[in-house]
Design a protein around this ligand. Sequence first.
Ligand code: GDP
Length: 482
Amino acid sequence: LTRVTDEVRYSIENITETASTLGTPTLRLGVTGLSRAGKTVFITALVHNLIHGGRLPLFEAAAGGRIARAYLEPQPDDNVPRFDVEAHVDTLLKERVWPQSTRQVSELRLTIEFESTHFLSRALGRGKLHLDIVDYPGEWLLDLPLLEKDFRTFSAEALTRAREAGREEVAAAYLAILAETDPGAEADEQQARRLATAYTDYLRACREDERALSMLPPGRFLMPGDLEGSPALTFAPLDLTGHDGTLKPGSLAAMMERRYEAYKKHVVRPFFRDHFARLDRQIVLVDALNALNAGPAALADLEAALAEILSAFRPGKVARIFSIFARRIDRILFAATKADHLNRADHDRLEAILERLVGRAIKRAEYGGAEVDVLALAAIRATREASLTHDGETMPAILGTPLTGERVNGETYDGRTEIALFPGDLPDDPEVLFAADAPASSVRFVRFRPPELQVTAEGVKLSLPHIRLDRALQFLIGDRLA
Ligand code: GDP
């Protein structure tokens, strides 16, 4: 029954959506990435640069002076929170601190009026494009495989992972409670909560401590959105060895199984059906530097998470699971963020590392013609290039203002002092970083304050500085403004 309802609802929505935007072409751009990858900063920078005529030489429509106007309009979906771009711009420019990160799905409509390059289209007047930007946590994409797994399989896989070297230590408290738990015992809400809390704490610790792991489903345990504390999230994997066949009615295991199924039905399915299946293009932001600093285990884990994320984009995958006619995403961009933490000499190397991270998954999967590209960018550039002389040798460096309270070389900064820093170099061959015995990364990660607005080349307009944001825009929407 769910499948039929899904299908009917989806078709009606799709028809309404098409009818309401008839006449003006619409492009739905998904922006995702694991938490703190840089989604909020990316969208804010994109919108600000387009509205205020930022310096975007590699974005053809802007470079050719063909963008007549870009402005915000009410979004088409009334039941989705709006991406609060005005508040984020204020935080960035007035307080010069970074805005609040993505916690749930949100949406924003940017309308772009442009002059076409085609003579015939130009004769018909100005072109217009609705760019609907949909921001959502990458953690939620990691839930797609759960739809094809029952509670037993989910539990077995989660336990294997929790017992892996490198995770076992962090999972100790959860594994200890599990050891004392009899899945066949009578269902008990307090026990369910204890387990769910211990499991969530374990996932969070994997993410937030210096291990910086990525593969941590269920996604909502880390990014609950508006579901915090609800029963659909009060479950945890159990050790079901010795409990073959149907789980005993009324038992803890049966209760956990029911909640897991409810999670899939009421949380995972609606997200994919209502948001994901309607996207035309996608950018996946990746904080490769963070994983790189944590070492080869974190990189391997990030690679696994990206492969999982990529598998969601396989044409037909979502359509098959939901038996709906999903739109096909025809361009996917993987972008390594925060490239401004490195000197320009290292930007291509960062790109090579990301290519290595997603390369295998791209080759393995069938994308049925979807174009996939990889680049390194900084949506907002918080540093400037400089050079430092050390022992008579001149080295490429960066200049920036560390955040208030940030410690660099044993000194705590007040948020007002600019420093020059040699950030370290990335290797020419990314493979070196993936070897099990890879040396600790030498890249130094200092959190800098956002920059002040810069005067554009024309000398009149003020815009947010960036690195390669224009290249990303060209790939994601350039063809629709031709
Ligand atoms: P989200 O969780 O994906 O929404 O991540 P955010 O966009 O909130 O970014 C998380 C943090 O990463 C920010 O608070 C910044 O400190 C940092 N960050 C993100 N993008 C950039 C960038 O382009 N340059 C610099 N220097 N820092 C960035």
